[in-house]
Write a protein that binds this ligand. Structure first.
Ligand code: SF4
Length: 260
C-alpha cells in the first residue's frame, strides 16, 4: 500500500484511532496505579475545556474533509495536553505509524514560557517515548541547565513529527503537513511566549520558508502573535562545537524576549 492509499484509508478509521488512543490512555492510567476508572457521562461537543473525546463534527454539506483538516479538527477537541497525547497515540494518518515503536508527544511544563521544537524523534526517542534523549538530548540539557540556568521541566520540548522516520530520514512534506495539526494544538495549549526551533528543518517549518539556517537565525521573528528564535540543532552542535557560541547568543536573545 503506498502512502496516498494509506492517507485515503484514514478517512475510515477515526473510530479505530480513538480506540487506540483510549487503550494508550488506560495503559498510562494503569502504570500510575489506577485500578478502576469511574464511569462518567460522555462529554458533549460543547463540554468544558478538559473534554477528552468531544470531537467536533465536520459541517454538513461541506466539501470532503482532507486528512490534515481531520487532524486539526480532532486536535481542536483536546482541552489539555493529556487529552491531545491520547489522540496522538492513536494517530495512523501517515505511514510512520507502521514503523514507530510508540509516538513521542513531547514533555515539560504545561504552561512553559519557552518551547523548543525539533524535527522528529530519533532511535532513542522512539524507544523511550520522550523527546531529545541520547547524545543530542544531553546537549540540549546542557543548553537548558548551564546556558539558561533552568531545569528541563521548566520548559516544553516537542517535535514537528510525533513518530520516528525510518533510519532517521528527513520527514516528507506530506508527513509534516499532516502532523503539524497536532503540534499547532500543542503550541496553543502550552501557549509559550517564545518558540525556539532547533535546526533548519524545524525553523523552516515554523517560519514557512525554505532558507539556510544562517539566514533564519540571529534574529527574532514574529509570526501569528508568537516570537520565534531559531538556533542550531543540538546534534549539529555536537558535530560543530565552534557553533556553540552562536547558539548561546540565540539563547540569550530568546531569554531576553521572555524577560522583556
Ligand atoms: S507522524 Fe504524525 S501524522 Fe504521522 S502517524 Fe505519527 S502522529 Fe500521525
Amino acid at each position: 500500500m503506498d502512502e496516498t492509499e494509506r492517507v485515503a484509508s484514514y478517512e475510515e478509521i477515526e473510530l479505530g484511532q480513538l480506540a487506540t488512543g483510549l487503550a494508550a490512555h488506560l495503559s498510562r492510567a494503569r502504570r500510575r496505579g489506577v485500578k478502576r476508572l469511574a464511569a462518567r457521562p460522555a462529554p458533549a461537543v460543547s463540554a468544558g475545556p478538559r473534554a477528552v473525546v468531544a470531537t467536533p463534527q465536520a459541517p454538513r454539506h461541506a466539501a470532503p474533509e482532507g486528512p490534515d483538516e481531520r487532524i486539526r479538527r480532532l486536535a481542536s477537541a483536546a482541552g489539555d495536553l493529556e487529552s491531545l497525547a491520547t489522540l496522538v497515540a492513536g494517530c495512523e494518518a501517515c505511514s510512520l505509524c507502521q514503523t514507530r515503536s510508540q509516538t513521542v508527544f513531547g514533555e515539560g511544563h504545561p504552561k512553559a514560557r519557552v518551547m523548543f521544537v525539533g524535527e522528529a524523534p530519533g532511535f532513542h526517542e522512539d524507544r523511550l517515548g520522550r523527546p531529545f534523549v541520547g547524545d543530542a538530548g544531553g546537549m540540549l540539557d546542557r543548553i537548558i541547565t548551564k546556558g539558561m540556568g533552568l531545569a528541563r521541566g521548566d520548559l516544553y520540548i516537542a517535535n514537528i513529527l510525533k513518530c520516528r522516520p525510518p533510519e532517521n530520514r528527513d520527514p516528507s512534506a506530506l508527513e509534516k503537513t499532516l502532523c503539524t495539526g497536532w503540534l499547532q494544538r500543542q503550541i496553543e495549549l502550552v501557549n509559550p511566549e517564545v518558540l525556539i526551533p532547533l535546526g533548519r528543518h524545524a525553523a523552516g517549518h515554523l517560519l514557512q520558508r525554505d532558507d539556510s539556517m544562517g539566514k533564519m537565525r540571529a534574529r527574532v521573528h514574529h509570526l501569528a502573535g508568537r516570537k520565534i528564535v531559531p538556533t542550531y540543532h543540538p546534534a549539529y552542535l555536537l558535530r560543530t562545537p565552534s557553533a556553540k557560541k552562536d547558539c548561546w547568543k540565540d539563547i540569550q536573545r530568546a531569554m531576553a524576549e521572555v524577560d522583556g
